[in-house]
Design a binder for this molecule. Structure first.
Ligand SMILES: Nc1nc2c(ncn2[C@@H]2O[C@H](COP(=O)(O)OP(=O)(O)OP(=O)(O)O)[C@@H](O)[C@H]2O)c(=O)[nH]1
Ligand SMILES: [Mg+2]
Length: 311
């Protein structure tokens, strides 16, 4: 399990007074690409969830933890809710989103400030009755006509009985601290679920696959469709060394070429960047090999989607 000490942050001091502890689950939902994972990482204070400018980056429920004073926030990042193409992969992503909305104490509905379309409305309609919801109007830095914000917020008030409206940028530390404060009263008084220094419930093996997928998404052009995934074939611990073998699965031979690149340059870069990030994150030396395999139609095949680790 990844802890703050491992990730190079000073350990937190646990609250020692009278034993009061507050702990609650906060789900982060929204349509693809609005900045949910960027927000999760900022709230946790450490990169846990991968991000990219391509939609469908997040494909799993990812827990990020922040323990501060008496509060333990259990943030849950989710895939962007898919409204197009009903393939098996997208159905699985949507199942993950809906599952994450159960038994949480608060939900952050993330939208882009000044915008609200059908895809946002669809996510809004998923929120269970009675669950407190905060509207996070993210990417405020990209809203050039500030005068449009007030009428837009009034419109948002009509759409749902939100507990709060928070225009902000997930890339602005002050905004993120303010959001953390806003979430705090929603944490019920109860013992912490995780240790004070834990950052996520995900394993290093899982994070390794995610980081390789992030580099794949970031280093390939828009031609490479989202129907590519990463499997970890081997994850061995030898003292301080981690020996990892991963496979990038793509849908077509032509995609394989895009991943490998001229003289293998692209694949080499994906491997180098992933290894460096894994080493920084875990504090271990990493030996990483990556293979590329074609499995046509995997994203349409329920059984294969499940066997690749999706819900
Ligand atoms: N300008 C600006 N860009 C942002 C902000 N927050 C996120 N982004 C960018 O938006 C893009 C998408 O961010 P992600 O965090 O991956 O979005 P997501 O909602 O998790 O996306 P999916 O997992 O695909 O649903 C990235 O390029 C981020 O750098 C913000 O406040 N301002
Ligand atoms: Mg995401």
């Amino acid at each position: 399990m990844l802890t703050q000490a491992l990730a190079g942050r000073p350990p937190v001091t646990a609250a020692s007074d009278a034993g009061l502890q507050r702990c609650g689950l906060v789900a982060i939902v929204g349509k693809p690409n609005v900045g949910k994972s960027t927000l999760l990482n900022a709230l946790v204070g450490q990169k846990i969830s991968i991000t990219s400018r391509k939609a469908q980056t997040t494909r799993h429920r990812i827990t990020g933890l922040r323990t501060q004073g008496v509060n333990q926030y259990v943030f849950v990042d989710t895939p962007g809710f898919q409204t197009r193409h009903g393939n098996a992969l997208n159905r699985s992503l949507n199942k993950t989103v809906m599952g994450a909305l159960h038994e949480v104490d608060l939900v952050l509905l993330v939208v882009e400030a000044g915008r609200f379309n059908l895809a946002d409305a669809q996510v809004l309609s998923l929120l269970p009755q009675g669950l407190p919801a905060v509207l996070v109007a993210n990417k405020i830095d990209q809203l050039h006509r500030r005068g449009e914000l007030a009428p837009w917020l009034r419109d948002m008030q009509q759409r749902h009985d939100f507990a709060q409206f928070v225009p902000m940028s997930a890339k602005n530390a002050k905004d993120v601290d303010r959001l953390l404060e806003i979430c705090s009263p929603y944490l019920p008084e109860q013992p912490w679920i995780y240790g004070a220094d834990e950052l996520t419930d995900r394993s290093e093996r899982f994070l390794a696959a995610e980081i390789v997928r992030e580099k794949l998404f970031r280093l390939t052009g828009d031609e490479l469709p989202y129907t590519s995934t990463v499997l970890i074939d081997r994850y061995e611990e030898e003292g301080e060394l981690r020996r990892i073998a991963a496979t990038i699965v793509v849908e077509r031979d032509s995609h394989k070429g895009m991943v490998i690149g001229e003289k293998g340059e692209k694949l080499k870069r994906i491997g180098t960047e992933a290894r460096q990030e894994l080493e920084a994150l875990t504090g271990h030396k990493v030996f990483l090999e990556i293979w590329v395999k074609v499995r046509s139609g995997w994203a349409d095949d329920e059984a294969r989607v499940r066997s690749f680790g999706y819900e």
